[in-house]
Each structure stands twice: as structure tokens, then as C-alpha cells.
Design a protein. Sequence first.
Length: 230
Amino acid sequence: MSDKVMPAIAVVVPAAGIGKRMLADRPKQYLVLQQKTILEHSLMRLLQVPALTKIWLSVAQDDPYINDVNLDQKQIIKVRGGAERMHSVLNAVQQIEPYKYPWVLVHDAARPLVRQADIEKLIEHCLASGDGGILACRVRDTMKRGEKVVGQTVSREHLWHALTPQLFPTALLKAALEDAVQAGVHITDEASAMEWAGHPVLLVEGQSDNIKITQPADLALAAFYLEQVN
């Protein structure tokens, strides 16, 4: 990345979900890969980026596992999670002072494979343009729409898989999330809140192995990817 001075960037990691699809005895972020929890891998990847020095970690109020996770108390601040992802992110963003951290980067707790180069690429593109943006990868397969039977084939042209991190101006994201919650709008990621509020969102191409662990097969795939870099 450039040597020029960058604005401070806060990080939010929503980790209050329970991950029902994993069919595990604990939330997916606390499952273990190579002697570390998925959450620890994700946090470690973020803290490898010099521009990111403070993480607000949203966890459930009655989370029985978080105290067993190795956290850097100077760099990671625990905040109360919410009923849905958007509430967890908003609870954290509301504690971040925009004048001190004009940008906020949000990353999934269950994406332990994100690459430092991709995070830095996202930061560079967003700061250069002044607009927020997301890591994403292009859809490669033929896309079908339907339920049990194919209703139609959808062109994959201009289709992307949304990934994280996602990076936005702190004040704009806070306002977009607050307005969406008040309006009862269903928000699935930070980009959808910004889109709903009418703000542009950059697409920054990242690596497709930046997978989100949501089902049992994903855990085995993540373990395989981690073995390739060790």
C-alpha cells in the first residue's frame, strides 16, 4: 500500500450469530481449525493489516464461549450483539466516533481466509474514490432461478458474489443502518443498507477462496485451504 498517511479505519466484526446450518454444538465462529477458532483466524487476518488497529467485536450477551477465545484486549473491544447482523453492526458503529475513525470496515466472523492483499486493495480503491465498497467475486457458473424445478436461466453477466470486508464512511453507514432499522427494511449486509440509502458501492474483485463458513462442508474446505498456505 502507499506510504501516505491514511485516515484511521475502525473494524467491526459481528459475531453474535448461532449458525444453525452448521448443525454443531456451538456457534460456527467457535469451531476449531488448526488449533484456533474460526473467529481467531478471522481476527488475526484483520490485524495483519497495518491500517487496522482497533476492532469492535459484537457478541451475544449470554455468549458462553467468548471468554475462552484469545483476544488482544488492547486492540479488540467487545460490544453487545443484536437480534440480526444489522443490529450487531449498528450497535458497534454507534460506539465509534466518526471524527476519530472516519471509515469503518466490516468483516464476517466466519470468513477466516480473507487475504491481506485483498483487504488493502479494498481500502485503496475506496479511499481513492471517496466511496464505500465491498470485496466481491464474479459469478462463474450458469445461474438458474426456480424452486425444485428451473423457472428460468439468468445471465451471469454483471453478477457478483458479495464478500467481506465491506468498507464505508462511518457516519454514512451509521445513518443508513439507523434509517433502515427504523423503516423495518431487511438488510443482509452493509452494502444493502448503503444501496437502500442511495449511496454508491464499489465492487472490488477479491479472491474466491474468501469463503464464509456456513455449512459442514465449508469447514473441511477451509481446513484444506489453510493447509495450502502452511
